[in-house]
Design a protein around this ligand. Structure first.
Ligand code: ADP
Ligand code: MG
Length: 398
């Protein structure tokens, strides 16, 4: 009893303009840009693409640069099958467990995606004929931070193992050029393309099915201490059977409660960004991903993003219009400066905004889109609700 979906429209992801806007307005720093954050245990700084400094010994798992035998091949050296320029620039642990492949062993068929930091190609493995996705990540050895950031994405992908999370199948490199490709199974579409198909609204069972899969994937990330920090439609890939997989761990982080260190609030694409991030919180948690999941649940019903703010200030106002103005307790509890208080008082607008949606989803929406992250619960608790229970876990046929 699967729900039949129409063919995919080849629409471009609407988030592309937002990514540009995000950079123009400084919502996401360009790679290598630095900000707050401490120094890792071994004194080495590791900075991600929004410039966040992370401990090399938590995110990188006690990084050590022990490399194996070097073999000279022609002009360029190969170390354990990897080009020397790569092993010289990433921790050994990043590559362990991965089979070195040459970029030449794939035929690029088409460019299928372009994010802020990468190009994604549909490609064929020349040996096996398998169709894969190659994510070419920008790699510039002159910018050590950009390299470490890329290494963290690979390491986080290697820690994850769940049917609703994209799995890293391998790494392909080009010996002469500094090109690095992450190899994934090819996925037909992504949730933002599916939502924006003209004249084709998702049905309630379809929405529930995608939501169940998104929450299951998030539950796994959070269980092993990973915050995704960029949940949005274009990062949720969908295969031809309707299986949803969370992708793009480029902004993800491993949260380490001890010792607590400040996290950057410059994460998550603006429309999906939780209020505590907009208000500058640096000790947030799983609630930021749950907020984004709530935005997506509402977006699937509405057929369009529900809070498309153009600036951080406008975004906050849209949030306050939906959730109501924060109470005195909220400011105290969140330990946030009062300077962000809205000039006018808003009553909660959930009924106006979500009144047309099926009543079974209303409770989950108001839970996930709560100003206070502690009321958003967890991915595991959201999975217990009517909307996303296993009962609705029927694959969609596309
Ligand atoms: P970025 O960090 O640049 O945003 P993503 O990993 O989000 O990179 O990939 C950008 C886009 O490429 C995605 O939104 C999606 O449309 C496409 N894409 C990524 N991975 C795959 C895949 N495995 N199969 C098919 N398309 C993909
Ligand atoms: Mg992306």
């Amino acid at each position: 009893m699967g729900c039949v979906q129409g063919k995919y429209a080849s629409t471009n992801s609407p988030s592309r303009g937002l990514d540009k806007l995000k950079q123009e307005h400084g919502y996401a720093a360009k790679r290598g840009e630095k900000e707050d954050g401490g120094v890792a245990g071994n004194g080495e700084k590791v900075v991600n693409r929004v410039g966040e400094t992370v401990r090399s010994n938590d995110a990188n798992g006690n990084v050590s640069q022990k490399h194996a035998s070097k073999k000279i091949v022609g002009d360029d050296q190969v170390v354990d099958g990897w080009p020397k320029w790569l092993v010289d620039n990433v921790p050994f642990e990043v590559l362990s467990g991965l089979v070195p492949k040459s970029a030449d062993s794939y035929d690029k068929l088409a460019k299928v995606g372009q994010g802020t930091y990468s190009n994604v190609y549909k490609a064929r493995d020349k040996d096996t004929g398998k169709i894969v996705a190659l994510k070419k990540v920008r790699f510039n050895t002159a910018e050590p931070e950009s390299v470490k950031f890329m290494a963290r994405e690979i390491m986080i992908l290697q820690r994850l193992n769940h049917p609703n999370i994209i799995s890293l199948e391998g790494l392909a490199t080009s010996r002469m050029q500094y090109s690095l490709y992450l190899v994934f199974d090819f996925m037909q579409s992504d949730l933002s393309k599916i939502i924006s198909r003209p004249g084709d609204r998702l049905t309630e069972p379809q929405i529930k099915c995608y939501m169940q899969q998104l929450l299951s994937g998030l539950e796994h990330c959070h269980e092993i201490g990973i915050l995704h920090r960029d949940i949005k439609g274009s990062n949720l890939l969908i295969d031809s059977n309707g299986v949803l997989k969370i992708a793009d761990f480029g902004l993800a982080n491993i949260f380490n409660p001890k010792p607590k260190r400040p996290l950057t609030s410059r994460v998550v694409t603006l429309w999906y960004r939780a209020p505590e991030l907009l208000l500058g919180s640096t000790d947030y948690g799983v609630g930021v991903d749950l907020w984004s999941a709530g935005c997506l649940l509402a977006e699937m019903f509405a057929g369009r993003p529900i809070m498309p703010g153009r600036t951080e200030v406008e975004q906050l106002h849209r949030i306050f219009k939906l959730c109501g103005s924060p109470s005195e307790e909220y400011w105290k509890k969140m330990k946030l400066p009062a300077s962000f208080r809205p000039p006018q008082h808003y009553k909660p607008g959930y009924y106006e905004e979500f009144g047309d949606f099926p009543s079974s989803s209303f409770d989950l929406l108001t839970m996930l889109l709560n100003l206070d992250p502690s009321y958003r619960g967890t991915a595991a608790s959201a999975l217990q609700t009517e909307v996303s229970s296993k009962h609705h876990f029927i694959y969609l046929y596309i």
